[in-house]
Design a protein around this ligand. Structure first.
Ligand SMILES: Cc1ncc(COP(=O)(O)O)c(C=O)c1O
Length: 407
């Protein structure tokens, strides 16, 4: 008799964004003449930068000619892209990351979901709350947690991000082995200072743990004192893996390209206590289960490192940050305490009331969709996430409607 992976039955029945979609669809069906503005899901709205589009076309043209056609490429990514990343993202910030420590992939979602495969099933997890749901759910699927009770899975050390700690959790008092951190944070928009990240690196070293650092939103950092990479912290090369994505940096959510950095010095241990480099394990996993990102897409990604590409991606992010500034200012003016929006595309609004109730209020009275904080974890209750990914016109209209609805 074929049997299922029963860990899947521990997952909460429906995914946050399907719950939201159901409520929005019900509203739209009942009110077909009331146009809804979506500031909920974190998807970009602006087209790809021109430099990327040109490179994408050129890459497609190469595929059309026998002399320049390419079949399977290296699973880890073409050298031209890995070298451009190493130079522009790391060497330029004084981080020693070699091109062959970078694994190009089709998404940070898949990478942060799949990485747990290379760790033992009984490692102790530390996961932020609120959180991008992928970190928790993939560990539930793999059987690393007990059942869920009262919004929490047994066996996980939750790193609470609350108004009291400025939404940046400190290291826990207990030892853990696999630590997920995400800065700039989704959903809170909070960023971590060098001092805060140094505490985490020291904790990981002390506990022989590994930090999984998701910096999918690093391109939104504008404060020069905030680190973009965990490798800006001394010692991180020995204890941290970093996830990056072109999705939010250059509008690649529908184009799909990302990368994971695993320095060769990061190790984890077997039952006998022998150290094993994680680079080799991930390389084995990646080459066995992944066959590389399409050549024209990698060409398009590399184009963000040309002079024109750098200028265009900066302008793109500045545009979203302009939206974020308006949202944060408007919500603050309405009397809410907000986090984020300055070095991140998300504004985390402390609503002081039930987050689904506030979601319904904005949907029904302002026809604006936000994301209820409770969907990101227990500590998300009392908050909503508003995303800056939309046109300026829609953001301005949404903010006027919210102000009128909350009067
Ligand atoms: C924190 C975080 N990591 C990763 C991702 C996924 O990135 P990608 O589009 O590269 O899969 C997202 C997307 O919303 C995200 O918010």
């Amino acid at each position: 008799m074929i049997r299922i992976n029963e860990n899947y039955t521990k997952l909460k029945a429906s995914y946050l964004f399907s719950d939201i979609a159901k409520r929005v669809n019900a509203y739209v069906t009942a009110n077909p003449n009331q146009p809804v503005i979506r500031l909920g899901i974190g998807d970009v709205t602006e087209p790809l930068p021109a430099a990327c589009v040109e490179a994408l076309h050129a890459g497609a043209d190469e595929m059309a000619k026998r002399a320049s056609f390419k079949g399977y490429g290296p699973e880890q990514g073409y050298a031209f892209l890995r070298e451009a990343i190493a130079q522009n993202e790391y060497a330029s910030r004084g981080c020693k990351i070699d091109a062959d420590e970078i694994f190009v992939s089709d998404g940070a979602k898949c990478d942060c979901g799949n990485i747990q495969e290379i760790f033992a099933t009984d490692v102790r997890l530390a996961i932020p709350d609120p959180v991008y749901p992928v970190y928790v759910d993939t560990n539930v699927m793999a059987g690393r947690t007990g059942p869920s009770a009262d919004g929490r899975y047994q066996g996980v050390t939750y790193l609470e991000s609350t108004p009291a700690n400025g939404y940046v959790p400190s290291v826990p008092s207990v030892a853990t082995d696999l630590i997920y951190l995400c800065f700039p944070n989704n959903p809170t928009g909070a960023v971590a200072t060098k001092a805060q990240l140094s505490e985490w690196v020291a904790y990981a070293k002390k506990n022989k743990a590994v930090i999984l650092f998701d910096s999918a939103y690093e391109a939104f950092i504008r404060d020069p004192n905030i680190p973009h990479s965990i490798y800006e912290i001394e010692g991180a090369r020995d204890v941290a893996i970093e996830f990056r994505s072109f999705s939010k940096t250059a509008g690649f959510t529908g184009t799909r390209c990302a990368y994971t950095v695993i320095p060769k010095s990061v190790v984890a241990y077997d039952a006998a206590g022998n150290a094993h480099p994680l680079h080799a394990l991930w390389n084995r996993r990646h080459t066995t289960k992944f066959n590389g990102v399409a050549y024209p897409i990698q060409k398009a990604a590399a184009a963000i490192y040309t002079d024109a590409g750098k200028q265009q991606t900066k302008a793109l992010i500045d545009f979203y940050l302009g939206n974020a500034k308006l949202i944060r200012a408007a919500m603050t003016k309405l009397g809410f305490t907000c986090m984020g929006g300055d070095n991140a595309p998300y504004i985390w609004v402390n609503t002081g009331r039930d987050s689904w109730e506030f979601f319904d209020l904005l949907l029904n009275k302002a026809q604006v969709v936000c994301t209820p904080g409770a969907g990101f974890g227990k500590c998300g209750e009392g908050h909503v996430r508003i995303s800056a990914f939309n046109s300026r016109e829609n953001v301005e209209t949404a903010l006027n409607r919210i102000a009128a609805a909350l009067k």
